[in-house]
Design a protein. Structure first.
Length: 266
């Protein structure tokens, strides 16, 4: 079950799960998706955390808004959601576009963020970082590749199934030009961050490594034999990594290189 909350920018649908007195954790879904895509994560994560699952503007049961879509507006909505509904700092676990939103929230409002898990996230626009140069060429609303997402949207949207081409057009424009973060921007993130990705993601591994290296003291996990759909393909492994990262302090490694601390002067 879920409900709506009236935020300044958009009337937002969200669901909750887990014990009410547990630490809060936001699950931020991917682009063109709904909360249904978290089905393989919800039981394990809800056993340890109070889950909040907002659906972003123009996604799922949350209506579209006038004008273009932007990651920054979605991040602002998420900040409003945390302040209005969660009412305190929370962990953010974001997949794909949800990971981008999580990074933007961590930048803008570090006081509201405990830890971040960014799954299959990018910090530059799709044309710059795609593993396949023509990957985003076919974004026609009625294309076979978008059929599962189209059906998911049509089943729940308050805007009606006929609004799908409008949403696809807005998202295609957003993917082509956003996000526009720099490594200097990412260096200002203070929340402990896990960067998690499949070894055959839509973005290059080089881009993911640049993301990992830019965030101070970030952690990196590359799941073998998986794609951008890594939470669906190997949910047990993803869930275990997320739970370990959120629930434990980092271990002291024996032979640190990137995390080595300067020794005493000689």
């Amino acid at each position: 079950m879920g409900q709506y909350v009236e935020l300044p920018g958009v009337r937002t649908w969200y669901e909750t799960d887990g014990a009410e007195d547990a630490e809060p954790l936001l699950l931020l879904h991917g682009g063109m998706c709904t909360n249904e895509t978290w089905a393989a994560q919800r039981p394990d994560l809800a056993a340890a955390y109070r889950l909040f699952l907002p659906e972003r503007r123009a996604h799922g049961r949350t209506p579209d808004v006038d004008g273009p879509l932007s990651y920054q507006d979605m991040a602002d909505d998420t900040v409003d959601f945390i302040e209005s509904v969660v009412q305190g700092p929370a962990h953010l676990v974001g997949w794909s576009d949800g990971g981008i939103v999580a990074l933007l929230v961590a930048l803008a409002r570090p006081d509201l963020v405990r830890k971040v898990v960014a799954i299959g996230a990018n910090f530059r626009p799709a044309p710059e970082i795609s593993a396949g140069p023509d990957m985003f060429d076919d974004m026609a609303p009625d294309s076979p590749g978008l059929a599962p997402l189209r059906e998911m949207y049509a089943a729940v949207t308050p805007d009606g199934a006929g609004h799908w081409p409008v949403v696809v057009g807005k998202l295609a424009a957003m993917f082509a030009a956003q996000p526009t973060l720099t490594t200097d921007d990412l260096a200002r993130i203070t929340a402990p961050t896990l960067v998690l990705v499949g070894d055959d993601d839509m973005m290059t591994l080089e881009h993911t490594i640049a993301l990992y290296r830019a965030i101070p003291d970030a952690e990196l996990s590359v799941i073998p034999r998986t794609s951008h759909a890594v939470p669906l393909e190997k949910p047990a492994q993803v869930n275990a990594l997320v739970l370990d990262f959120l629930g434990n302090d980092p271990v002291e490694t024996m032979l640190p290189v990137r995390r080595a601390r300067p020794g005493p002067p000689r």
